[in-house]
Write a protein that binds this ligand. Structure first.
Ligand code: SF4
Length: 309
């Protein structure tokens, strides 16, 4: 049975998620009319359900928001075509796109303007990848592996590489190596963000000592799923859960040391019941596994005050 609990640091909320949640929270508190949110504000069921209960209306098609309505764009960013549609329909937009995702959009936009063929390393269909690809859909190919790199046809233009922000650091290195082999002159930006990198490093160190790693996060959260993969790649059992209710106590049977972490969209309060439960099951040592101190903060979207006027 578990005796020691390792807590990854950092874990849970990153600066981009804090900003997106604060923006939506503030808007809901300040306006009396309906607030629409284009895509999940962050990929966490608990957070999204909390906002739904306060009246936020989540939509996956921008046409579902009536002309002139308040619309919040999620932390994952949006296709520029959506921004144009919102302008034409005079939607009051609060853009909660993480500034680190916006940076990738700007890189892709400039590369397309400069005549490059863009390789976007990421998971096709993820909200963030759809948004970035929208900067130059005709010039962008999404690649997710070394095999994908081999499969693309020879581009007629020089190659520029950007990445999704929440990828596996190690898997991405493999894909980037394949790109370098095939296109030695490619210009490469690795955009995996500080929060993704730190959380993966922390889970790696934790997995060296743990018999079981529990990652709190939703199944559609890319960075949470990556944390499970990183732990498994270290040869450790790992489980992704939305909270205490998803945990099967049988997992603890032969786990003397349990590691606990959370994806970047997960509030720490979801971990508290798991920690209390482990204490009741016999955990007597709780140790942090610290790999970095995060001090990044982002200012709230400017439109928040402008749209209030
Ligand atoms: Fe921004 Fe990284 Fe957080 Fe995504 S995971 S919201 S890119 S800081």
């Amino acid at each position: 049975m578990p005796r020691t609990l390792l807590l990854a640091e950092p874990r849970g909320f990153c600066a981009g998620v804090v900003r997106a949640i604060d923006a939506l929270d503030r808007l809901l508190s300040q306006v009396d009319e309906p607030v629409y949110v284009f895509h999940e504000i962050v990929h966490n069921r608990y957070v999204v359900d909390g906002f739904k209960s306060r009246g936020a209306v989540f939509i996956d098609d921008i046409s579902e928001a009536p002309d002139g309505a308040f619309v919040v764009f999620s932390a994952h960013g949006v296709d520029p075509a959506i921004i144009k549609n919102a302008e034409q329909r005079e939607l009051k937009v609060i853009d909660a796109t993480c500034p680190l995702v916006t940076k990738v959009h700007l890189e892709a936009r400039k590369a397309a303007k400069d005549g490059y063929k863009i390789l976007l390393v990421g998971h096709d269909g993820h909200d963030e990848v759809q948004g970035t690809k929208g900067e130059a859909p005709d010039k962008t190919s999404v690649v997710d592996s070394a095999q994908d790199v081999l499969a693309i046809s020879d581009p007629e233009a020089p190659v520029f590489v950007v990445t999704q922000t929440t990828l596996s650091v190690e898997d991405t290195l493999g894909t980037i190596e394949a790109i370098k082999d095939r296109f030695p002159d490619a210009e490469i930006r690795n955009d995996i963000c500080y929060a993704t990198t730190n959380r993966q490093q922390a889970v790696k160190e934790m997995a060296e000592r743990a018999d079981l790693v529990i990652v709190v996060g939703s199944t559609n959260s890319s960075n949470s799923v990556r944390l499970v993969e990183v732990a498994k790649s270290m040869g450790v059992r790992a489980q992704l859960v939305d909270g205490l209710n998803d945990i099967d106590p049988a997992w603890y049977a032969d786990a003397e040391t349990v590691g606990l972490t959370a994806g970047a969209s997960v509030p720490d309060e979801l971990l508290d019941p798991i920690i209390e439960d482990l204490k009741m099951r016999g955990v007597i040592n709780i140790e942090p596994v610290v790999v970095a101190e995060e001090t990044v903060e982002f200012r709230l979207p400017l439109e928040l005050s402008e749209n209030m006027e």
